[in-house]
Ligand binder design. Structure first.
Ligand code: NAD
Ligand code: UGA
Length: 464
């Protein structure tokens, strides 16, 4: 079959895989190829067990794979053969040298730019899909300009706003698609070409365009605003616990103001995921570089509140369980950074588990999709860690349950059965406010929610 467009994506990760699968699904006359330096990842994408768990992803990949969606290892040939190249490589926080712990590590990004330059033999549209510091497109343009007029490259910014766990829904029906370009004749032409691809399934009014720097910056700012809402509600959850108010009631009352809105104000143990922290730190670094320390400090406080919230959760477990966890069994329900994903990057569960192990607790971890990643994250940790898929087996004999991920499954467990199997007094720390806390209290648990009064069978704290 002769395809109308030949599209390549460099980087077959959580973004590259699902976003390209969606393009292939919606544009059967386009050939979409995804390459990665990790051959293991490409093999997994070509296998029955995809490397990324996302509801709905398997179906789309199975429908398109081998027809107009391909996962390949020959990066060199693919760069030569394709006309439109998305770059979706990882841009983690830099851990060395200048900007260590704050700036984005752009080494993978720059290597890709150089590969595109080296292997290209015809004009290309190169699209930033990764999240990048503002002005990165300039670097890409400068590297690619070494082709010196043999052929031209047009660099676009098209940040991805999907969230894990809802990626397919988000990609199919996004709030908006943002395309930034140079406002030159060729820049506008490339912008229109990319908009045309999305217009195959997304209403035109949702496809917005901007100058390239606004597009790059909007992505960092969107993540910073989302994380800010989580830290705002979490900071108030600490106050609620002191003042006998209920964070769910406060969030409802506040969120019903249409100017504020009800989404993204669920209190919990803090945000995780590969992006919020790294993107805010990147924003902080940029503000400092541009001589705006007050702005930098404002945004950095969001990360600090997030760390404070996790620490508060640990301190509460320790204090509540008579100030010693040594030899006690704690069952962790949920290790993924959020529900409906197996991703554990920056999951609060990692830090919380490490702190429990430091107190010499025995930790039993249960999660429907994230146990493989949990074992990788905790490899090398000293102490007793066990992994058990079945939550009932995991909880049996434990002194406490700590719910760290908002999996729907945890709302439906038979807590009576679990309570019976546990050591007494049994503690339940609901780090995501997902269970029926009153019911669990009636069953016999001492229940410790986030941002609400504890439901304790001990009369007062002084009683123990
Ligand atoms: P990821 O680590 O899952 O995937 C990146 C892939 O790029 C890896 O498989 C890696 O092997 C590959 N890679 C690195 N250098 C390469 C090279 N030179 N050639 C070929 N392949 C190379 O990362 P991700 O979660 O998909 O994130 C990618 C980007 O998208 C990041 O900038 C991130 O901030 C952004 N983003 C992520 C999400 C998300 O939900 N994960 C959402 C929106 C935006
Ligand atoms: C987030 C953004 O929502 C996406 O728009 C963005 O594209 C993506 O980051 C990215 O750039 O990587 P993601 O991290 O996958 O998506 O998931 P979210 O739903 O945003 O959740 C992030 C964290 O915040 C999770 O740990 C979640 O449990 C926590 N959260 C979220 C809360 O604690 N409370 C809330 O009300 C909402």
């Amino acid at each position: 079959m002769k395809f109308k467009k030949k599209i390549l994506c460099i980087g077959a990760g959580y973004v590259g895989g699902p976003s390209m699968a969606m393009i292939a699904h919606k544009c059967p006359d386009c050939r979409v190829t995804i390459v990665d330096i990790s051959h293991e990842r490409i093999d997994a994408w070509n296998s029955a067990e995809l490397p990324v768990y996302e509801p709905g992803l398997d179906e789309i990949v199975k429908k398109t794979r081998g027809k107009n969606l391909f996962f390949a290892k020959d990066i060199e040939n693919q760069i030569k053969e394709n006309d439109i190249i998305f770059v979706s490589v990882n841009t983690p926080t830099k851990m060395f040298g200048a900007g260590a712990g704050m700036a984005a590590d752009l080494q993978y990004w720059e290597k890709t730019a150089r590969q595109i330059l080296k292997y290209s033999q015809s004009p290309k549209i190169v699209i930033e899909k990764s999240t990048l510091p503002v002005k990165t497109a300039l670097t890409m343009e400068r590297i690619l300009s070494a082709a010196k007029g043999k052929f031209t490259f047009e660099v676009l910014s098209n940040p991805e706003f999907m969230a894990e766990g809802t990626a397919i829904k988000d990609l199919e029906n996004p709030d908006r698609i943002l395309i930034g370009s140079r406002e030159t004749k060729t820049g506008l032409k490339a912008r229109a070409e990319l908009a045309g691809i999305y217009a195959r399934w997304i209403p035109k009014e949702k496809i917005i365009t901007s100058n390239i720097w606004s597009s790059e910056l909007s992505k960092l700012v969107a993540n910073a605003f989302l994380a800010q809402r989580v830290s705002s509600i979490n900071s108030i959850s600490a106050l609620c616990e002191k003042a006998d108010a209920d964070i769910t009631e406060v969030a409802k009352a506040v969120g019903m103001d249409s100017r504020i809105g009800s989404k993204f104000i669920n209190a919990g143990i803090g945000f995780g995921g590969s992006c919020f922290k790294k993107d805010i730190l990147n924003l902080v670094y940029l503000c400092n570089c541009y001589g705006l320390p007050e702005v930098a400090n404002y945004w950095e406080s969001i990360v600090k509140i997030n760390e404070y919230q996790q620490e508060r959760f640990i301190t509460n477990i320790l204090g509540t369980m008579f100030n010693t966890l040594a030899g006690k069994k704690i069952c962790i329900l949920g290790f993924a950074f959020k529900a409906d994903t197996g991703d554990t990057r920056e999951s609060p569960a990692i830090h919380i588990t490490r702190r429990l192990l430091a107190e010499h607790a025995e930790v039993i971890i249960s999660d429907p999709k994230a146990l493989k990643n949990a074992a990788i994250d905790l490899a090398g940790e000293k102490g007793s860690i066990f992994y058990m898929q079945d939550p009932y087996r995991a909880a049996s004999g434990c002194h406490a349950l700590a719910i760290l991920t908002d999996w729907n499954l945890y709302k439906k467990l038979d807590y009576k059965k679990i309570y019976k199997s546990m050591a007494k007094p049994a503690f339940l720390f609901d780090g995501r406010n997902v269970i029926d806390q009153n019911k669990c209290f009636e069953i016999g648990f001492n229940v410790y929610p986030i941002g609400k009064p504890a439901l304790s069978h001990f009369k007062t704290k002084q009683d123990y």
